[in-house]
Structure formats: structure tokens, C-alpha cells
Design a protein around this ligand. Structure first.
Ligand code: SF4
Length: 959
């Protein structure tokens, strides 16, 4: 048995993973060795723990429709040599005809550092185009801008250990229980061990908020007012670290004056934020010199039109307390992607050069000399949204997209699709040809995926880890750095002859060494790796930068700015004044005094005229589902594109729970809100500026705020993703798009006939879901199951439904309100379709397992039983435990408790807690990766509450 250490491919926590593979002897000559996986107990990010996604990394490897060889358009196979020649020749000709800026690259936080480094070197140093940006622009560029403004450099000063040393952890716009589960569990463990408080600031009652000691459900977009008020509170109550402010910072008094104008008193803050003065005061008490407080933020802050100012408002507070570079205290930006930080280090953003350099003459000179670059760019390039605008306008003629899916992930998806359609030459490197973006590729290159590629990544706490290949690359898949180097060499550039990823990492470290010598105030350094051997690189252990000397390799728990010397011109940290207008709402309406809020206005306007949409995420999915959408256990908890909506709002709009709704950009009025047929539609039947989702009632939401996960795309769902309904407004400083709290129009959609199909009717062998196998469908979503797959469908009439479901029906009958059709072959069930004039609730995994079984009366009876039983939502992805199993367990516990009279001395709360524990003991739910704990808790409490209403509860018998 051999053991390899690698790292998880998903979030910025950057957990270490160990993969065991059998020796040839143990494997018995099998071509598909059985690998096993567990968390790396020695990795400092996770100490052996993993979340549900990490635990299923091996399940991601058998990817259906894997891209195995280069292709021209979707059909013609190319050799690598022909593909390289085609790309190099087209890029060269485009540069001759339109200049270097007409060639662009769009990169990804999923790339390894070595891929990222080479892409930037080729583009910014040799082709001479500054137009290189990355999807990291969409997730943390506001934090980058805020770091640079405050510290002079994009540096996260703290480390994960700070979350364990803190007295108080404050999560702002961060649902870490879902987005950074392993780190969140470390916070919970710290609370259990020494009583650290967890505060969540979020308009949504997220899974993290449900477990917080204090949840401030403030109005969307008012976070900066809350933190401006906190700065005022510290000043007014003599809680400032004056020694730090006077000795190591600039700009405190202007920042305080500005904060005072925005948030002069707790009462004013409470009014703007929609909180009680008591809650604000309680929150403010947790920031003071005698307490260690960590404030961490994520997309709820970053993805707004004032994300940079809001982040600086938080940093201002910690600077005022002298909390920077201090154990257990300070600001911490949680990074979304596994290597977003690595991309920032190599200059992946259009606004940087490598090693955190800008574009001043001395900075450019260093890079030019080091690379011997013939065409080093002289300034920043177009950022993500600008880049695709330029493509649509015809200014960019050739584009190479690596490891990302911008048609789905960027706002205003229809515009991105138009831009790619119009672009004369698009190259896409990916692991599958099924992504929405790949449909626009002139050349598709098969990239190595997780488990195949080898290199380094940097996580949220500046820790560099190895990703190691654990399986042989499928087909002709190659590493991205290799493909980039081949194109560079074919274009005649020198400096791209690397033997392996170690050689690239060495060169990058060499550049870091030179940069450090020239700019010693810069904190980023991996100089110690400049002469690392291939063997040392292969054996590299997780190491936090800055790492100047070899003796520092392997170092952990490092903080930056411990000596209060910053990378600014003065060497002092900078307080930042909020920009004029920055205290406004993410929708851009609240004025600079913070005394007018759109959600208040809506109360008199009427709900249907003013609803807001948040783009969020699901617990078990990752990005646009290209790596997780085919894993049955990760698809089980949320099967279809879902829009969470407050029941009162939904009822006002005539939307039923599990009914359908359409979300459209404001300014695109719908002529008849109830008739899908009246909606201006594209050729596919879906309006290009809107998205349709299935409504799920959630009474914890603010009445005017809807929430839709961002993962869905046309690869999995006919009606596409949330970004069809969002425009590309951005933060003016970071140019990060604002995916949160955009004003939208919402209406009910009538899709009266709904169905689910299983088996051969799906016909995966030829076209697949992305090819619209069901032409009349208004709703079509594919779900991978442990045994096969099913497709949810919706039609405007029964006639159209039956026409579309064009498979040979051997049997057809009605059961209750359901119409069931079966196709048989040699007496066995090969296809099944269930239709009804309502949503069909059935355990799809069990029904799918009936395909291939003999069609006997017992099977029909089983099918009927399943229809009677209905469906129950999967609550725990690790164990597959459903809501109904939890409810059954609660009922049993209540009955047993009453029979024994055991808990009559318990308070209702204590009884709830004890029941949660017992349910977990019985079913195992919420105890493996722990991400679903709050959902388990909610389900148990809801069932107990239901029982309380139905009958006397055991804990109330003595009340
Ligand atoms: Fe992977 Fe989960 Fe760890 Fe994130 S928290 S790196 S998704 S295992």
C-alpha cells in the first residue's frame, strides 16, 4: 500500500488529504486500483478532518463525459501538435493584425500556482497583453484592494490558529458552516474548549447563524455602517490603542470623522442596520483591548458594490485596537477557492504583476530583467467584467479560458454568452466538454483534473501545500502549464522550457528572492525555495509564507506585521476613509448618511415591485458543479434549481411552495406575470434575461430578499443559472461584481404538468441532458443517482408532455393523481415515467434501483408504496439520513421518554438538546463532516415543536 499526501481541490481552507493506493501485488493486476482517502492528520489546515465534499474527492474522478483529447469545435478531434499550432498561429496573427491587447486570458483559482505563473509570464511578459484576469476577481478582489489600501500589500496577516485563540470570532457575510466547514468546526471546538463566542453578521439565518452566540440579522448592505459605528464607539469610550495609532498608522482622525458622519451613535447604527440598540451595544462590547477578537469576512462583504470600503471599515476597527499581527486577534479574509491566494501571488489579477508587484518603473524593470521579457506590459489590464465587455465590443479577438466557466459564474450570463459567440477565437482548457462555456470553444484542450495534476496551492492562511498526482491522467489530458509552454514555444518565445512543475516553482521562488532584495518591505516571500531540488519539491511539506530561509520550510502559525512595519510608503498602516456613498446598500440606493433604505421604501411600495435577490450557494456543491454535479450523494440534498423565498412574499405573488417562479432583471417587465408563454423567450423557450427556479419557502428570510444558489447551469438545468437575472454592477475600487442584493422582478410561472423519468428514456448514450432531449420541456433538470440518473421535467400541457416523452410504452396506468408509463424489454423494466399535475414526491434513488428488475406485480405494488410514502429531503449527505428518518426518530424518543418518565425534570430547551444528541446517536447524522449539524438541529426542533402542538410534550408535563 502506498500513501500520498495531497490537498483538497475545493475551498480556501486547503485541507490536507491522504490517498492510499494498493501495490501492484495487492491490486491483483486491476487496471482500476481501489484508492482510499482520509484527512491528513499532519496537515495544519485540518489535522485530519474533512467535510462532505472533501470526503468525496475520489467520487469526483470517474467524471462522465470527460474531455480526453483536443478538439476543434465540439466535433473534430485534433492532435496536441495540431491544436498547439492552431492556437499559436491564431494568437500570432491576431497580434499582428490587432496588437497584443487583442489577445486575452481568463484564469481560475482552481489552477495550480505553476499553471498560473506560466500563464501570466506568457501574457504579461511575452505576448505583451495586460488583459489577464481570473475568476478570483469574483470572490475576493475587494479583500485584495482593502489589504493593499491598509497594509500596502495584499497580505492576510493572521493564521487559522487565531480562530482558536480568540475570545470572540465574528463572521461577516460568511456562512462558514457551509463554505469553510473544517475551519468552522475548529471555531466550534474552540468554543467548546474555552468558551469563545461566535457572532454572525448576516441578513440570512444561515447554518452558521443558527449556531452563533449572537446573530445580527442586519439589513443587507449595512455592514460598513455597523463597523463605522464601532470605530466611533471605541473612540468615545476610550478603548483605542493610542500607542499603535500614533506610532504605526496614518489617517486615523479623518477616518474617525468620516465614521462619525456615517454612524454617530448606536441608535443611528441600529436604525440604519435594522437592529435593536441593545444588540448593537452587545456586539460592540466584544471589541475592546482586553479581548482577542477575530473578524473574518467572505462573499457577503466582498460581493457588494461597497465591498472594499466595508472591508476597510473592519480593518480600521482592528487597527484602532492595535490588533494586527497579534495572536488571536485581527481581520481575516476567508478565501473562496483552493488556490485564489496562489493566483494573487503570481499576479493572476489584471491589476498586479507577479510577487505582489505593481506597475511602477522599478517594479516592472525587475520582472522584465528576470524574465528577459520582450514585451512587459506597462499597466493594469481589463478586469473580468471589463474583459468580457471588450470581447463583446470586438476589441478582444482571441481568448484562452483555463479552468473556469464564465458563462455561468459571471453576472449577466446572456452578455457573456453573446461575447463568446462573437469572439473570433476562443480556447477552453477544461476537464469536460459539457460546460456552458465549452459550447463556445473553437479549440477545446483536455486539462488534467484533481488527482492527476501536480503542483502547489496556497490556502487562506498563506500556507503553500502540494497537490500531488495520485492517478494517471485520463486520455491525452495534460497539465495547463505544459499546454501554455507549448503554445509559447510555438510562438517563438524563449524561457518556457521547463522539465516539470518543480522547475516553474523554482523560477517563481527565484523571482520572489530578487523582488525581496529590491523591496524588503514586501511581505510576500518564497525565496527559500529558489534552489529547491526536484526531490525536495516532491517532498515539500505545508509551509506558510513569508519563507526567506530554508530553516523556515515547514513553519506554521506564522503572523505577518508582528513588528508593525507595513508595506506602505510610510511603513505605517493606513486607516481608510469610506468613500462618498460607500455606506449605501448593495443595490446602490441608500444615501451617504445612511438614513434611507430601499427595504423600508418597499413596505409602502408593495412587495411585487421591489424584491431583492442574493446569489448564494448550497452546502454540498462546488462552483458550477463541473466536479461535484455527478456525485450522487452531493446532489441528494438539493435536486433542482431552488429559490428560497419568504412564504408571505410568495403567497402575495401567487407562488406556491414547490411551485415555479421566474426572476427577471428590473427594467425587463413581464407582460403577463402568470403565463410563461407570454414571456419574451429565446429559441430554447427561456427568456435570456431571467431564470426559473422551484420555490422553497423559508420564513427565516427577510420578506423582500430571495436567495438562489449559484451552482446551476444549462449543463444541468434547462433554465440556466442565477446570473441570468443579475447585472454586472461592481465595487468601484476592486471592480468585483456585486452578486448580492440586486433588485429583481419576480413572478409565478405556470408549469402544470410535471414528471420524472428513469431508465432508457433518458437515453444518455447519445445526446445527454445538455442537448435538450425533451424538446417541449419548460423545466428539465438532470440528477445523478447512485444507480443511474433521473430527469425532472415540466410541460405546459399533458399533450406536449406525452409527445416529448417519446418512448415505447409497454404499460401505462393511473395511480391516484399520477400517470405511470413503463417500457419493458424481455419482461424487465427498462424505462419509467411518472407524470402528474403537481410536483411528484418520490424517493428517486429507490425508484431508479427498480430499473432492470422483472416487471412483476410486486414491483408495481412497490412503486405505488413509494408514491404513497413520498419523498423526504436528504439532511445529512454523509449518512444519507432524510428528514422523515429524523422525524421518526424524534417521535420514537418522545414516546420512549414519556413511557419512562425520564426527562420530566428537564426544561424544554434541555429536552431539545438531549433529543438532538439521541437522534445523532441513533442515525449518525451530522457527526461525520458536521456540515449539516444545524440542519439536523432545525429538523429535530421543528419535529419536537410539531409534537408539542399535537400533544403534551414530556418536558412540558411538569411546566
Ligand atoms: Fe476541502 Fe472541505 Fe477542507 Fe474545504 S473544508 S478544503 S472543501 S475538505
Amino acid at each position: 500500500m502506498s500513501l500520498k499526501r495531497t490537498s483538497c481541490a475545493y475551498c480556501g481552507v486547503g485541507c490536507g488529504v491522504m490517498i492510499a493506493s494498493p501495490s501492484d501485488e495487492e491490486n491483483g493486476g486491476s487496471s482500476a486500483p481501489h484508492l482510499s482517502l482520509r484527512g491528513d492528520p499532519e496537515h495544519p489546515a485540518n489535522w485530519g478532518d474533512l467535510c462532505a465534499k472533501g470526503e468525496r474527492l475520489l467520487d469526483s474522478l470517474p467524471l462522465p463525459s470527460r474531455l480526453l483529447y483536443p478538439q476543434q469545435r465540439a466535433t473534430k478531434a485534433l492532435s496536441w501538435s495540431d491544436a498547439i499550432t492552431l492556437i499559436a498561429d491564431t494568437f500570432s496573427q491576431t497580434i499582428i493584425e490587432h496588437g497584443p491587447g487583442s489577445v486575452a486570458f481568463y484564469l481560475s483559482g482552481q489552477l495550480l500556482t505553476e499553471d498560473y505563473y506560466v500563464a501570466n509570464k506568457l501574457a504579461k511578459g511575452f505576448i505583451g497583453t495586460p488583459n489577464v484576469d481570473t475568476n478570483s476577481r469574483l470572490c475576493m478582489s475587494s479583500a485584495v484592494s482593502a489589504h493593499i489600501r491598509a497594509f500596502g500589500e495584499d497580505v492576510v496577516p493572521g493564521c487559522y490558529q487565531d480562530f482558536e485563540l480568540a475570545d470572540v470570532v465574528v463572521l461577516v457575510g460568511a456562512n462558514s458552516a457551509w463554505t469553510h466547514p473544517v475551519l468552522f468546526k475548529r471555531m466550534l471546538a474552540a468554543r467548546a474548549s474555552h468558551g469563545c463566542k461566535i457572532v454572525v453578521i448576516d441578513p440570512l439565518s444561515s447554518a452558521s447563524a443558527k449556531r452563533a452566540d449572537l446573530h445580527l440579522a442586519l439589513r443587507p448592505g449595512t455592514d460598513s455602517t455597523l463597523f463605522a459605528g464601532l470605530l466611533v464607539h471605541l473612540a468615545d469610550n476610550d478603548l483605542l490603542d493610542n500607542a499603535f495609532i500614533d506610532g504605526h498608522s496614518d489617517g486615523f482622525y479623518p477616518a474617525l470623522t468620516r465614521a462619525r458622519a456615517i454612524a454617530p451613535s448606536i441608535e443611528r447604527v441600529a436604525g440604519v442596520c435594522g437592529l435593536s440598540p441593545a444588540a448593537v451595544a452587545q456586539f460592540y462590547r466584544w471589541y475592546q483591548p482586553s479581548l482577542n477578537t477575530v473578524t473574518a469576512s467572505c462573499q457577503g462583504v466582498n460581493q457588494s458594490i461597497s465591498g472594499t470600503d466595508c472591508t476597510n471599515a473592519i480593518i480600521n476597527v482592528h487597527l484602532a485596537l492595535g490588533q494586527v499581527g497579534r495572536a488571536g486577534a485581527g481581520f481575516f479574509s476567508l478565501t473562496g477557492q483552493p488556490n485564489a491566494m496562489g493566483g494573487r501571488e503570481v499576479g493572476g489579477l489584471a491589476t498586479q504583476l507577479a510577487c505582489h508587484l505593481g506597475f511602477s518603473a522599478p517594479e516592472r524593470q525587475i520582472v522584465q530583467d528576470f524574465w528577459q521579457a520582450p514585451a512587459l506590459v506597462d499597466g493594469a489590464g481589463l478586469t473580468a467584467v471589463e474583459l468580457f465587455d471588450a470581447i463583446e465590443q470586438g476589441d478582444i479577438k482571441a481568448l484562452w479560458i483555463l479552468g473556469t466557466n464564465p458563462v455561468v459564474s459571471l453576472p449577466d450570463s446572456a452578455k457573456i454568452a453573446r461575447a463568446l459567440e462573437a469572439c473570433p477565437f476562443v480556447v477552453v482548457s477544461d476537464i469536460t466538454a459539457d460546460t456552458d462555456t465549452a459550447q463556445y470553444a473553437d479549440v477545446l484542450l483536455p486539462a488534467q483534473g484533481w488527482g492527476e495534476k501536480s503542483g502547489t496551492v496556497t490556502n487562506s492562511e498563506r500556507c503553500i501545500s502540494r497537490q500531488r498526482s495520485v492517478v494517471t491522467a485520463k486520455g491525452q489530458a495534460k497539465s495547463d502549464w505544459w499546454a501554455l509552454c507549448q503554445v509559447a514555444k510555438a510562438m517563438g518565445f524563449i524561457g518556457f522550457d521547463y522539465d516539470n512543475s518543480a522547475a516553474i516553482f523554482r523560477e517563481f521562488a527565484g523571482l520572489s528572492k530578487v523582488v525581496n532584495q529590491a523591496f524588503p518591505a514586501k511581505q510576500f516571500s518564497i525565496a527559500a525555495f529558489a534552489d529547491i531540488t526536484d526531490i525536495e519539491y516532491d517532498a515539500l511539506v505545508p509551509t506558510q509564507w513569508p519563507v526567506h530561509h530554508k530553516a523556515q520550510i515547514g513553519q506554521q502559525h506564522q503572523r505577518v506585521f508582528t513588528h508593525q512595519r507595513f508595506a506602505t510608503e510610510t511603513g505605517r498602516a493606513q486607516f481608510v476613509c469610506a468613500s462618498e456613498g460607500s455606506s449605501h446598500n448593495a443595490a446602490g440606493i441608500l444615501n451617504t448618511h445612511g438614513d434611507h433604505h430601499p427595504l423600508e421604501e418597499l413596505a409602502t411600495d408593495g412587495r411585487s415591485q421591489g424584491l431583492y435577490l442574493n446569489s448564494g450557494r448550497s452546502r454540498d456543491q462546488w462552483h458550477t458543479m463541473t466536479r461535484t454535479g455527478h456525485i450522487a450523494s452531493l446532489r441528494a440534498a438539493q435536486t433542482e434549481p431552488t429559490v428560497f423565498i419568504h412564504p408571505d412574499t410568495a403567497r402575495d405573488l401567487g407562488i406556491e411552495n414547490a411551485g415555479f417562479l421566474r426572476i427577471a432583471r428590473v427594467g425587463e417587465p413581464i407582460t403577463d406575470k402568470r403565463q410563461l408563454d407570454m414571456i419574451p423567450a429565446s429559441a430554447d423557450g427561456v427568456a435570456a434575461d431571467s431564470v426559473i427556479g422551484r420555490a422553497q419557502f423559508d420564513d427565516s428570510l427577510p420578506p423582500h430578499l430571495l436567495n438562489m444558489p449559484m451552482h446551476w447551469s444549462q449543463q444541468f438545468s434547462l433554465t440556466g443559472g442565477v446570473n441570468l437575472a443579475l447585472d454586472s454592477r461592481w465595487d468601484p475600487i476592486s471592480k468585483q461584481p456585486a452578486f448580492k442584493c440586486q433588485r429583481v422582478d419576480v413572478s409565478a410561472v405556470s408549469i402544470p404538468w410535471q414528471g420524472i423519468v428513469f431508465g432508457a428514456v433518458v437515453n444518455p448514450a447519445n445526446e445527454g441532458i445538455g442537448q435538450r432531449t425533451f424538446p417541449n420541456a419548460l423545466w428539465q433538470v438532470q440528477q445523478t443517482l447512485t444507480t443511474g440518473e433521473c430527469i425532472y421535467l415540466g410541460f405546459s400541457s399533458q399533450v406536449l408532455a406525452l409527445q416529448s416523452l417519446n418512448f415505447e410504452r409497454s404499460l401505462s396506468w393511473h395511480y391516484g393523481s399520477h400517470q405511470i408509463s413503463c417500457s419493458l424489454s424481455q419482461g424487465k423494466l427498462v424505462a419509467l415515467c411518472i407524470l402528474a399535475e403537481h410536483a411528484i414526491e418520490i424517493d428517486v434513488a429507490v425508484v431508479a434501483s427498480l430499473i432492470g428488475e422483472p416487471m412483476v406485480p410486486a414491483l408495481v405494488k412497490r412503486l405505488h408504496q413509494l408514491l404513497l410514502a413520498g419523498n423526504s429531503q436528504i439532511i445529512c449527505a454523509c449518512t444519507g439520513v432524510t428528514a422523515s428518518q429524523i422525524n421518526d426518530a424524534v417521535n420514537q424518543i418522545i414516546q420512549q421518554t414519556r413511557a419512562q418518565g425520564a426527562s420530566t425534570s428537564l426544561s424544554a430547551n434541555a429536552f431539545d438538546d438531549e433529543t438532538i444528541d439521541k437522534v445523532q446517536q441513533r442515525l449518525g447524522c451530522g457527526r461525520q463532516c458536521g456540515s449539516c449539524y444545524s440542519e439536523v438541529q432545525t429538523e429535530v426542533r421543528a419535529q419536537i415543536s410539531h409534537c408539542r402542538k399535537q400533544q403534551v410534550h414530556p418536558a412540558e408535563e411538569v411546566a
